[in-house]
Design a binder for this molecule. Sequence first.
Ligand code: FMN
Length: 195
Amino acid sequence: MNRILVEFAHPAIQKSRINRRLIQAVKELENVTLNDLYEKYPDFFIDVKKEQQLLLEHDIIVWHHPFYWYSAPALLKEWMDLVLVHGWAYGEHGRMLEGKTVLSVISTGGRLEVYSKEGRNRFSIQEFLVPFKQSANLCRMEYLPPFVVHGAHTISDNEISEYAENYKKALTMLRSDAVDRDRLMKAAYFNDLIE
Ligand SMILES: Cc1cc2nc3c(=O)[nH]c(=O)nc-3n(C[C@H](O)[C@H](O)[C@H](O)COP(=O)(O)O)c2cc1C
C-alpha cells in the first residue's frame, strides 16, 4: 500500500466551504497523513528537517490548496522554497524524492469554461500549474493530472459532497495503485478517471 502525504495549505479554513469538506473526507483514511501547514506553522517558521523526514516516509505527495492568484497560498510556496532544497530534493546529488508521485488538488472560484484560451482567465488550469509540474519533475517525481473543484462559490452542497467522495476515491485508488497510469497521464484532470 502506498503511503500518501497531504500537504494542505488553506489560510482561512474556518471560512472554507469546499476544502474543509474535502479534508474531512480523507483525513481518517488509512495510510493517509494530513499535514495541515497553516495549522502547524501560523508564523511561517517551517521545521525543514521535520518536513523532509515526513516526505521520506511517504510515496505520494498531495499539494492540496485553494487556487489563489493562479497559484498556491503563500505558505505552500514557502514550504517549497525551504524544504525542496538543492542537494536534497534536486541537483546532481539531490535524489531524496526520486520516484515519488505528486498530485495537485485545488479548488478554484472560476468555472471550467473561464480556464481556456477564449475564457476570462485565458489559460487552462494545466498551464497555470506548470511551475508545480516542473518543480516535481526537477525533483524526479511524477506529476499527475490535477484533481480540481471548479466554481467553488456556485456549486451546490450536493456537488461538494460528490467532489469530497471523489477525492476520497482518488486517494484510495492511488493508495492501492489501482490507477490505469496510461489513461491517467492522457487525461486533463484526475477527476476524469473516477467513475
Ligand atoms: C486571495 C484569493 C485569491 C484567489 N485567486 C483565485 C484565482 O486566481 N483563481 C480562481 O479561480 N479563484 C481564486 N480565488 C477563489 C478561491 O479559489 C476560492 O475562494 C476557493 O477555492 C474556495 O475554497 P474554500 O471554500 O475551501 O475556501 C481566490 C480567492 C482568494 C481569497
